[in-house]
Design a protein around this ligand. Structure first.
Ligand code: PRP
Ligand code: URA
Length: 207
């Protein structure tokens, strides 16, 4: 399976806050940011670096800078709740946006927006979407990224269902998924169980 399970006490703690139906909107947003920082750090663990030297007040020190063109792609709208966290780690990252909306009855995703940076072939693309349920949205976004020339792509999500992982693996076997949780499955409405409910609605108060 193309899944990298991220296990860390802070990740587990934030995930409990996100799952808890009594968590306030403010706490939900903060937990989403907290968990996203750690997931992104893990997804970026093997990003290319370039050796450098800097002058400290006491003399030269060797170090390394991020050497890759990192491109972060939130899948709207829920993915925006993870964006600030990733930008905090890679402040110079380029950002592409893909707007997808699942039909409430069929759960089939349709695209309403897309704006991607140019020249993605040598970039390190990090696609962010908190929920990987049927996988329809992820595959649609990945198709778009591939058509735009993207090479290396990582997905960060907060909760994944086995169905979504399997679909991504079938269509994009070279894409690695970083998540702290693979849940039991989907209910009749194609929501992840136990999951955390509708991430976008909880993030933006549109319930
Ligand atoms: C949610 C979520 C994913 C998608 C996952 O978005 O953010 O994009 O559903 O479901 P899937 O794997 O079955 O495609 P939604 O379409 O609810 O839109 P929103 O982000 O605007 O809330
Ligand atoms: N989108 C969500 O926000 N939650 C789910 O469980 C499935 C899709």
């Amino acid at each position: 399976m193309p899944v990298h399970l991220v296990d860390h006490p802070i990740v587990r703690d934030a995930l409990v806050s996100l799952r808890n139906k009594h968590t306030s909107r403010e706490q939900f947003r903060r937990a989403a940011t907290r968990i996203s920082v750690l997931l992104a750090a893990e997804a970026l663990r093997d990003v290319a670096t370039a050796a450098t030297t800097v002058d400290t007040p006491l003399g030269p020190a060797d170090g390394a800078r991020i050497g890759a063109d990192v491109v972060v792609v939130p899948v709207l709208r829920a993915g925006l709740g993870m964006l600030d966290a990733v930008i905090e780690l890679v402040p110079h990252a380029r950002v592409g946006h893909i707007g997808l909306q699942r039909d409430e009855l069929t759960a089939v995703a349709s695209r309403y927006y897309s704006k991607l940076p140019a020249r993605l072939d040598a970039s390190f693309v990090v696609m962010i979407d908190p929920m990987l349920a049927t996988g329809g949205s992820a595959v649609a976004a990945l198709d778009l990224l591939r058509r735009a020339g993207a090479g290396t792509i990582r997905i960060i999500c907060i909760v994944a269902a086995p169905e979504g992982i399997a679909l991504v693996e079938r269509h994009h076997p070279d894409v690695l998924i970083y998540t702290p949780a693979v849940d039991r499955g989907l209910n009749e409405q194609k929501y992840i169980v136990p999951g955390l409910g509708d991430f976008g609605d909880r993030l933006y108060g549109t319930i």
